[in-house]
Every structure is written in C-alpha cells, then in structure tokens.
Design a protein around this ligand. Structure first.
Ligand code: CTP
Ligand code: CA
Length: 237
C-alpha cells in the first residue's frame, strides 16, 4: 500500500544504498562478521526502485536482489568503501545502511590457520592460542561527508543502531552521533539481542541535521521504515 501511495516520486534520481554486515577475513575459511541481515538496506533499495529511482545496492548480503536494482557485491569494509566511492559519483542520494566493521584483522593468513604448530627445537607441538590483532577500518560515511561539496552533493543518510544505557537514551546517543557524523539524516535504530537484527519489524527515529526535528517510525516493517526514510529524503531535495 505504501509503495502505491507514493507513486513514482523518485523518478530521475540516482541513489546508492549500502547494506549488510561486512566480513573481515582472517584466513581463506574464516572471517570476523556481525549479525546484520541486510534486510533494512534491501528494503530501502526495493522502496526506492518501486518509486522510480535508479538504484545501486552495494552489499555483502546474499538476500534476493529486488527487481530493477543493480547489485555490487562486496565482502570487506575496504571493498565496500571502494564500491560506494565509485557508485556515488553523480548520485543524488547515498544511504549507508551497511553495518561496517569498525576493525579488521591486521594480518591475513593466505593459508588456513592450524590449531597447533610444531615448536622448532624439540619437535613438540605448540598448543598456545593465537592473538588476533585488529586495525581500524576507514569510516566510509565520514569520507562521504568530507567529500561533500565538490563535484556533486548527494544527500547523505547514515544509520545508527543504538541501545539505551546508563549514560544516555537511544535518542541522546543518536543526536550525539549525528553531531559527530554531520550527515544530512541519521536513522536511529533501536537494537538489542533478538530485537531488529534479522527481524522484520523495526522502531526508528529519523533525525535531521541542524534541527530538533525527529520523526518516530514504528514498530513498522522494514519496507515501511524504508518508505519513511525516502519521504524524509524527498523533503530535503
Ligand atoms: N559507518 C561507515 N564506516 C565505518 C563505520 C560506520 O560508513 N567504518 C557508517 C554506517 O554505515 C552507519 C554510520 O556510519 O551509517 C554509523 O555507524 P555506527 O557503527 O553506528 O557508528 P560508529 O561511528 O562506528 O560508532 P560506534 O560503532 O562506536 O557506535
Ligand atoms: Ca561502528
């Protein structure tokens, strides 16, 4: 129903959506990952395509690609950064719904890491556990915000999955993150164990840079949330 009501109001727009969690490899068979299913990002891509946009979806997820959407498959944060940076040239909107790993293993072993190794001198096995050293991944959203204002000026939408804690509410964390990130819209997602990740329903607050305005959505399906995000984007265009 939501899609029908909106008509084709995104016709002529080129939009880029990133979705899913990144996978940061340790060796050829193992990676560090997260619980993001990619469903919200895919719903954003589908809603935009249904409303007439030209949609590029940069994703690590294996969900079915919505009709009319161009998929650029990626695995790691660095691949996602390269693909988004490329796709955003000439785009009108970029939505960073991907759960980008903040860190990746510092080293990649090009062979499978074995449980035990032969210790050199006496031939006995080394039964110690390896220590995984991490390095920071680039902040892709921050890079998009930094590059804003040159050749093209896409509307930049960030996502933030937050839980309330002893220090601040979900909304306060969201406001602080928007101030740090300086994107145009921040979609703040309430999360917890068993809540949101992999589920079909979502409760979000859409915050707008430079204003106190908050749009509360949900609990709603991820497709309904997606349409609400595009409504907020069209208000800015
Ligand atoms: N993001 C990104 N690149 C990263 C990490 C995050 O582009 N390396 C984007 C996400 O796609 C999302 C937004 O930044 O749109 C917020 O991600 P989040 O993980 O909530 O923010 P962080 O700055 O990483 O803060 P923290 O994880 O410490 O809460
Ligand atoms: Ca993060």
């Amino acid at each position: 129903a939501a899609a029908g009501r909106k008509g084709q109001d995104l016709t002529g727009l080129r939009v880029v959506v990133s979705a899913g969690g990144t996978r940061e490899p340790l060796d050829p068979v193992r990676y560090l990952g997260n619980r993001s299913s990619g469903k919200q990002g895919y719903a954003l891509a589908q809603a935009a395509a249904d409303r007439g946009a030209d949609v590029t979806l940069v994703s690590s997820s294996s969900l079915p690609v919505p009709a009319g959407v161009t998929l650029v498959p990626v695995e790691t944060a660095l691949e996602l950064q390269a693909a988004v940076t490329d796709a955003v040239r000439g785009a009108d909107v970029v939505v960073m719904a991907a759960a980008v790993a903040d860190f990746r293993p510092a080293a990649y072993a090009d062979h499978k890491i074995k449980k035990s190794h032969e210790a050199a001198a006496d031939g006995s096995a080394d039964e110690s556990a390896p220590v995984v050293t991490l390095v920071r991944n680039p902040d892709i959203l921050a890079g998009l915000v930094q590059a804003r204002g040159s050749a093209t000026t896409p509307v930049i939408v960030g996502f933030a999955a937050e839980t309330g804690d002893g220090e601040a509410s979900v909304l306060e964390h969201g406001r602080a993150k928007l101030a740090r990130k300086d994107c145009d819209l921040l979609v703040v997602n309430e999360v917890g164990v068993g809540v949101t990740f992999g589920q079909d329903d979502n409760t979000v607050h859409i915050l707008e840079r430079g204003t106190d305005h908050v749009t509360d959505i949900g609990p709603a399906t991820k497709l309904e949330v997606a349409h609400a995000v595009w409504d907020a984007v069209t208000d800015l265009l």
